[in-house]
Design a protein around this ligand. Structure first.
Ligand SMILES: C[S@@+](CC[C@H](N)C(=O)[O-])C[C@H]1O[C@@H](n2cnc3c(N)ncnc32)[C@H](O)[C@@H]1O
Length: 430
């Protein structure tokens, strides 16, 4: 059986531990029964010699679970950033990729989010990519059952679907916004000739890969994302991504990342249309979303004051440290944060950045830094977010759940700030 697991790992990067060996065994037994085979060795030989047999096993083993507006916040943030992008690129067409798109709920949600802004369909292009032919057939058919609609706010269903006896039929205007392709993210030639994307949604795929495959996948995504682009990953995937060519975009609950420019990672392919900077405007939102980023040392609690005379730190020193971190100059960023602490005394933002840098290295000190930041600023949003993810990654679900409650309260505050920033940027139809 382990030989079949190795075959699956090689073909689609599947880490057997992620779904459980027993699940793979059950699927294999079922496939063998359907094929009238009784010996595992015979099935192994068939899998090695027949691409159809392997494709059928892949179809049976992949987890295609998905639903419309899954996690909600990433779609809200995406629509806001897309609006800004289109306002900046008056003649440009925005390109978005959903990989893996499964049965289409995710890329169609992207399209609905943009149409609801409202943005006109000719201003954007959305590709949906998945390895599963069956899931793609369902995506193209675009008729959905109740399972695809979860959560409380289903108002989009009234706007974009027609209820029939056979299910909810998606309106043609949304369907026409999305183009589907069958591809394996791990293939050598994966979207090799594609121009870069401004936004990539790659959610709930990396969790099924082992570490080496995650790194390979991230290299491909890095190559496909424009230099100013934004990558959205799943809630459990942000810690897997940061430090591997990407840094958190620090947008509330959206699990979005931007490229960290390091010489080790290849840059995105050239694109013919003008594409100056989604970053300049999105940074406005990011800065608004990170009110502590420029927090002055004077905002520290009394315990920071020890009576020792401190030389005032240059303004924006911590912002400079963040930029060094984004540029992959981690050691310089750490040195600047430490110098800042020596000069100005305890600072939640400095400890947060040190935590983030340790986290990116997979260093055990990360939680100590996060704890210090939270001691100084119990509602420090980004620290709460990253500490929650770290606890989840380390299997401390009770600790993560307590922090998640605090995070929810901090999120409400953050959402109000982002809303204000978006209103300032203007939300008219592009
Ligand atoms: C859980 S779904 C995620 C769908 C959607 N992104 C979401 O978050 O709701 C995982 C999908 O990954 C696809 N998949 C697995 N391995 C893949 C690979 N190597 N290349 C492309 N798609 C893959 C599966 O077919 C499945 O549809």
């Amino acid at each position: 059986m382990t030989r079949i697991e190795s075959l699956l790992r090689k073909a689609i990067g599947l880490d057997a531990a992620s779904i459980g060996s027993s699940m793979i065994q059950r699927t294999v037994r079922l496939r063998m029964k359907q094929l009238g085979l009784s010996k595992t060795e015979d099935y192994e030989r068939l899998l090695q010699s027949s691409s159809t047999a392997l494709a059928d096993l892949i179809e049976a083993v992949v987890v295609t679970e998905t639903w419309f507006f899954r996690d909600r916040e990433p779609f809200t943030v995406f629509a806001q950033m897309a609006t800004q992008w289109l306002a900046q690129h008056s003649a440009g067409t925005l390109r978005a990729l959903s990989i893996p798109c499964s049965s289409g709920e995710e890329p169609y949600s992207l399209a609905m989010a943009l149409l609801d802004v409202p943005l006109l369909p000719h201003r954007f292009l959305i590709d949906g990519v998945d390895i599963s032919q069956r899931a793609l057939e369902r995506a193209r058919h675009a008729v959905y059952g109740r399972n695809s609609f979860r959560g409380k706010d289903l108002s989009f269903r009234e706007r974009h679907f027609r209820h029939t006896r056979g299910g909810y039929v998606l309106n043609p205007i949304v369907r026409q916004c999305v183009h589907f392709h069958q591809e394996n993210l791990l293939d050598e030639g994966f979207l090799a000739n594609s121009p870069p994307y401004d936004f990539i949604f790659c959610r709930n795929l990396l969790i099924y890969f082992d570490r080496a495959t995650q790194v390979r996948a991230l290299e491909k995504l890095h190559h496909l994302l424009s230099d100013d682009g934004v990558l959205f990953v799943g809630p459990a995937e942000l810690p897997l991504v940061t430090g591997h060519g990407f840094v958190s975009a620090q947008l509330p609950m959206s699990f979005a990342c931007r490229k960290m420019t390091t010489p080790a990672v290849t840059s995105s392919p050239p694109r013919s249309s003008s594409r100056s900077s989604v970053r300049s405007k999105s940074d406005t939102a990011q800065r608004a979303a990170s009110p502590q980023a420029d927090a002055p040392a004077a905002g520290l609690p009394a315990r920071a004051s020890t009576g020792v005379h401190r030389t005032p730190a240059p303004p924006n020193e911590l912002e400079a440290a963040r930029q060094l971190a984004d540029a992959g100059r981690h050691e310089d960023a750490v040195a600047l944060c430490e110098a800042h602490l020596r000069r100005s005394g305890p600072s939640a933002q400095a400890y947060y950045l040190l935590g983030l840098l340790s986290d990116a290295r997979g260093d055990a000190n990360a939680s100590d830094y996060y704890r210090k930041a939270l001691y100084l600023e119990p509602n420090h949003y980004e620290t709460l977010l990253h500490m929650t993810l770290l606890l989840e990654k380390n299997g401390d679900s009770a600790g993560a759940s307590t922090l998640r409650q605090r995070l929810k309260r901090a999120t409400k505050q953050q959402e109000r700030t982002v809303d204000q920033a978006t209103r300032v940027a203007g939300g008219k139809p592009a």
